[in-house]
Design a protein around this ligand. Structure first.
Ligand code: MG
Ligand code: MG
Length: 248
C-alpha cells in the first residue's frame, strides 16, 4: 500500500493561509445566497474574492472544469457547473471551492438553505455537518482511513441518511487530489494509517433516499437517480500527533 505524503509545518502554514481565504470565501457566499440569485453570480463573487487575495481558484481549469465553484442544487450531489439557474425559495445549494496559494491546495464545501427550507432538508444538512464533525473529533496520527469512514457512516445511518458510496474524500496538498481516498463508508481498523503531517479533504455527501447517482448531460454534474436531495460538507484537515486542525 502506498503511504500518505506528509507536509512540513511550514507547508501546512501555507495551507492554513490558503484555507483562511477559502473559509472566508464560503462565509461570503453563505451570506450572498438568496432566492433570485443565479449560480453564475455566486461563482463570479467567489472568483473575485479569491483573486483579490492574491490566490487562484483551485478548480478552474482542473481537468477542464470551467468555474471557480461547483454549485450543486437539491438532487445534484457534486460537480454542478454554475450558470443561469436562478435559486428558488426552498432549494438547498452545495458550494464546493478550492484555493491554490503558493503551490498548495485547500478544498472545502458548505451546503446552505435558500430562504426557508423543509425540515427534511434541515435534517439532511445538519446530519452531513455532524458526520464531518464526527471525523474531526477522532482524527489524529495513527488512525486508519477506515476509522474515519466508519465514523461518517455510523453518524449518517443512525440518523436515517444514506451515503453516496461512489464519491470519496482524498489527500490534498501539492495536488488537489492525492493518496489516500477517504471513503464515506467503511470498516474501523482498515485502510491506510494516517501519519502526523498528512493533509486530507474529508467530504461526506449524504442523501435522503437511495444513494445511487447518475451523470447529467453536461458531463460533470452528478445527481441522485431517484431525485432525492443531497447535502455536502467538506473540510481540509491536517493530521497532528494529538488531534487535527481544520485548515479550511
Ligand atoms: Mg471539494
Ligand atoms: Mg474534495
Amino acid at each position: 500500500m502506498p503511504s500518505c505524503h506528509t507536509y512540513t509545518k511550514g507547508e501546512i502554514a501555507l495551507m492554513r493561509k490558503g484555507g483562511a481565504i477559502l473559509r472566508g470565501c464560503l462565509q461570503m457566499l453563505e451570506g450572498a445566497v438568496h432566492p433570485g440569485i443565479t449560480t453564475e453570480e455566486l461563482d463570479a463573487r467567489a472568483e473575485e474574492f479569491i483573486r483579490a487575495r492574491a490566490a487562484v481558484p483551485g478548480f478552474k481549469g482542473y481537468q477542464g472544469f470551467p468555474a471557480t465553484l461547483c454549485t450543486s442544487v437539491n438532487e445534484e450531489c457534486v460537480h454542478g457547473i454554475p450558470g443561469k439557474r436562478v435559486l428558488e425559495e426552498g432549494d438547498i445549494i452545495a458550494m464546493d471551492c478550492g484555493v491554490l496559494l503558493d503551490g498548495f491546495y485547500t478544498d472545502a464545501c458548505i451546503t446552505v438553505p435558500v430562504g426557508t427550507v423543509s425540515s427534511d432538508a434541515l435534517h439532511l444538512m445538519d446530519t452531513t455537518q455532524g458526520a464531518l464533525d464526527a471525523v474531526v473529533a477522532i482524527a489524529k496520527a495513527g488512525v486508519r482511513v477506515g476509522d474515519l469512514s466508519a465514523a461518517v457512516q455510523a453518524y449518517a445511518e443512525e440518523r436515517g441518511c444514506a451515503l453516496v458510496r461512489s464519491l470519496t474524500g482524498h489527500g490534498v496538498g501539492r495536488n488537489l487530489h492525492e493518496f489516500p481516498d477517504i471513503p464515506n463508508v467503511g470498516t474501523a481498523g482498515s485502510g491506510a494509517i494516517l501519519p502526523a503531517g498528512c493533509v486530507i479533504a474529508v467530504e461526506p455527501i449524504l442523501v435522503l433516499g437511495d444513494w445511487q447517482i447518475v451523470q447529467q448531460q453536461d458531463g460533470w454534474t452528478l445527481s441522485t437517480r431517484d431525485g432525492g436531495i443531497s447535502a455536502h460538507f467538506e473540510y481540509t484537515i491536517a493530521i497532528l500527533e494529538s488531534g487535527c486542525e481544520v485548515l479550511a
